[in-house]
Structure formats: structure tokens, C-alpha cells
Design a protein around this ligand. Structure first.
Ligand SMILES: CC(=O)[C@@H](O)[C@H](O)COP(=O)(O)O
Length: 260
């Protein structure tokens, strides 16, 4: 595997993590996951409802997608709710990975970073491998690492907004501050070019849902994201040039042509 992604000792070739909510149908969700080659799908235990989206049938369906499952605590607003949901997820899927969301504010779906750190500490002590949905705040990020998190997932923009990278400065600072921790931009990505930009900053992966699920052709959009994420990763590894203020001729001219 060339340039694998490493989450808690699990190596993955795809750097796209795909959400499983809001697709027009389960068949289109399956097509999007397969077409994108996503190595991980994230699934909410709390938000699923309706015929296929609850109970054993849905979990079986998710297991059949061929990607690793990252259960999430989407929709949880308290430490207790998030911890209980994580424990249920471990029972349902038999895995200790959890994407930890503790939502603190309704308009932006901004994480409650105090509750997040507390929940991360409880779950890590209980043997979970926690993927916290956080902000780009470095102090909070330090606390999450102290709590046992070995992956950090700062937001690009509010969930479902499609705004892209709202705070490039903060995301860049976070990358510089945690060179050895896998960093995933999670939420708010609207277009493949925004995902590529996150990868060019040196982020290890991108997690997204709405931009694919709500596209006119989700499977095609999922492929477009996969290609953009790969391109962004390659560009980062290739060490891009620094932008300059002044023009520099790309074709140096030696001497002058003698024109008769
Ligand atoms: C599916 C999931 O985990 C979301 O909570 C996630 O944060 C994705 O956000 P977008 O829908 O904005 O891509």
C-alpha cells in the first residue's frame, strides 16, 4: 500500500470518509460508497429512522458496503447521551471506533468542546478509539490528545453548510502544531476543490456527507471527491511552490535572437 493512512494502527488506502445519511435511496448510497472507494463509512445510531434505516436490516446493509464502519454520535447534545450512544454502537457493530460528536449550539452545530473533552476522556478510558469532531482551537485539541485521542477531526465549516474551509489559517496552524497526529477535515465541505485544498494543507483525510448525498448524481460526485482528495494528497507530497508577488518568466531567455 503506497502512502497509507493510519488510524489507531489500521492502515487504509483511501483518504475519503463518507457519511451515510440523506441519500435518495439505499441503492444510491451503495453506488456512491463503491464508486468512491471510500475506506470508511460513518453511520449514526441516533438519526436513522424509517423502514430500512432502523434495526438489523440497516446495520446489515451498512456492513455489506465493503468499507470499515465508523459509528458516530451525531445528534448527541450531552456527554451522557454521547457516551451511551458510543456504548450502544460498540454492541451493535462490535468495534471500538467512535466518531464523537457532542453538539453545543443549534444554529452552527458547533461542538460543545467542554463536553467533547469530557466524553473523550470517559470513552478512551473505556477502551474506545475516539475520532472527535472538534473546532480548530489548539487548546481544545491539546486536551483531546491528553484525553487519549490519536486522531483529530476539526470542522471545515458548519455541518451541511457546504462552505468549505472557513478558517484556513486555523487549519494550517493545527497541521503545524500536530505533525504526528492524523488530522481529518470533517464537515462543511461542499465541492471537490475544497476537499483538495484541505489535502494540499497537509490534512490526512476528509470526512463528508451532505455534498455527496445531496448532489444531483451522488455516485458521480463521490467519484469526483475521491479523485480530488487523491490529487490534493499527491500535490502535498510533491511539495508545491510558494506563491510570489511578482512575475517570474517561466521561460528564461538567454541572449537575444538575431533577427535579419
Ligand atoms: C455524517 C457526519 O458525520 C456529519 O456529521 C459530518 O460531520 C459531515 O458533515 P457534512 O454533511 O457537512 O459533510
Amino acid at each position: 500500500m503506497i502512502d497509507p493512512l493510519d488510524f489507531y494502527g489500521t492502515r487504509l488506502s483511501s483518504r475519503l470518509l463518507l457519511g451515510t445519511a440523506q441519500y435518495p435511496s439505499p441503492a444510491i448510497l451503495a453506488e456512491a460508497v463503491r464508486g468512491s472507494g471510500a475506506g470508511i463509512v460513518t453511520v449514526s445510531l441516533r438519526r436513522e429512522s424509517g423502514a430500512l434505516r432502523s434495526g438489523q436490516d440497516f446495520w446489515q446493509f451498512i456492513r455489506g458496503l465493503g468499507a470499515r464502519i465508523l459509528p458516530n454520535t451525531a445528534g448527541c447534545h450531552s456527554v451522557k447521551e454521547a457516551v451511551t450512544t458510543a456504548q450502544m454502537a460498540r454492541e451493535v457493530f462490535g468495534i471500538g471506533w467512535i466518531k464523537l460528536e457532542v453538539i453545543g449550539e443549534a444554529d452552527t452545530l458547533q461542538p460543545d468542546v467542554f463536553g467533547l473533552v469530557e466524553a473523550a476522556r470517559i470513552l478512551s478510558a473505556d477502551g474506545f478509539e475516539v475520532f472527535p469532531y472538534t473546532t480548530e482551537d489548539l487548546v481544545v485539541a491539546e486536551r483531546l490528545v491528553e484525553a487519549g485521542c490519536r486522531v483529530l477531526m476539526p470542522w471545515g465549516a458548519p455541518i451541511g453548510s457546504g462552505r468549505g474551509l472557513n478558517n484556513v489559517f486555523g487549519l494550517r496552524a493545527m497541521r503545524a502544531h500536530f505533525p504526528g497526529i492524523p488530522l481529518v477535515v470533517d464537515a462543511g465541505i461542499g465541492t471537490p476543490s475544497q476537499a483538495a485544498a484541505a489535502m494540499e494543507l497537509g490534512y490526512d483525510a476528509v470526512l463528508l456527507n451532505t455534498a455527496v448525498a445531496k448532489a444531483g448524481d451522488p455516485a458521480l460526485m463521490a467519484r469526483a471527491f475521491a479523485m480530488a482528495i487523491e490529487a490534493g494528497r499527491l500535490a502535498f507530497r510533491a511539495d508545491p511552490m510558494e506563491p510570489r508577488d511578482m512575475a517570474v518568466p517561466s521561460t528564461p531567455v538567454l541572449g537575444k535572437a538575431l533577427l535579419a
